[in-house]
Design a protein around this ligand. Structure first.
Ligand code: 4GS
Length: 249
């Protein structure tokens, strides 16, 4: 997968993306990152990329022209290599909330362009003409879209085949099956006087799977009852699941 990020702080994105699982994905050639600075496409001698909002009001607005020129340059690079035009996403609290479902859909695309904006806003004319979708990572306001772009990159890249060493782990995640994950334990068997749940040491795989399912139902019901409701609606709860939930009350 090819990911191009438009950002005034390319070092922030480059450094963070080259760490850990996402960094290993780059080293393995599973995805490629390129950052593009709209300041390199500013039209005046001061390299200005922002200006005051028409109509007044606080803060600054990112100018359309430097962003458009920057996007044109990265689209041209792909076209020159014979590659199809990439989907352009703007990270913004006005966008649709990023979910694991959306992440999994994005992970199937061959290329993404992420626009990480700064200041109070982006000129609407640029959004109308150059951006395909707006995506939000949550109902709060950041000082820049870089961290949101990195959140999206992290969630997408870890799903790409060959990035994690165990191909099963993304399927076991919270949300992969619409429920939260239950507790996990590792050595030692007794930690400061607390033992590991004995079933996990039983070697009885069917029993362990059932116990894990029940823990998952228990934690989801107490923290995210909306997810239990959705699972029920979609027919993802078995009769054994329903019986266990009734037991919980
Ligand atoms: C988000 C968010 C965000 C909005 C960027 C104000 C600077 C800021 N981006 N999900 N301008 N929440 N962006 O807060 O994606």
């Amino acid at each position: 997968m090819d990911i191009d990020v438009v950002t005034l702080f390319p070092a922030m994105v480059e450094h963070a993306a080259r760490v850990g699982v996402t960094g290993r994905g780059i080293e393995r050639g599973i995805w490629r990152l390129a950052c593009w600075n709209p300041r390199d496409h500013a039209t005046d001698g001061y390299r200005r990329v922002d200006d005051r909002p028409f109509g007044g009001g606080p803060g600054m607005v990112m100018m359309a022209e430097p962003l458009a020129a920057c996007l044109q340059a990265l689209h041209a690079r792909r076209a020159g290599a014979g590659l199809p035009r990439a989907r352009v996403l703007h990270l913004s609290p006005r966008g649709a909330l990023l979910t694991q479902r959306r992440v999994a859909e994005l992970a199937t695309l061959p290329a993404l362009v992420l626009l990480a904006s700064r200041y109070e806003a982006v000129d609407q004319r640029l959004l109308d003409t150059e951006v395909d979708d707006e995506v939000s990572i949550g109902d709060y306001v950041l000082s820049g879209g870089e961290l949101a772009a990195l959140v999206l990159i992290d969630a997408v890249v870890r799903l790409l085949p060959g990035v994690t060493n165990d191909a099963r782990s993304p399927q076991c995640d919270s949300f992969a099956d619409g429920l939260l994950e239950g507790p996990q334990y590792t050595r030692p068997e007794a930690y400061r006087g607390t033992a590991v749940p004995p079933v996990l040491l039983s070697g009885h795989h069917a029993l362990i799977e059932r116990w894990r399912r029940e823990q998952s139902l228990r934690v989801t019901l107490s923290r995210r009852p909306d997810l239990i409701e959705a699972a029920r609606r979609d027919g993802r709860l078995s009769r054994a699941d329903e019986a266990f939930l009734r037991e919980l009350g």
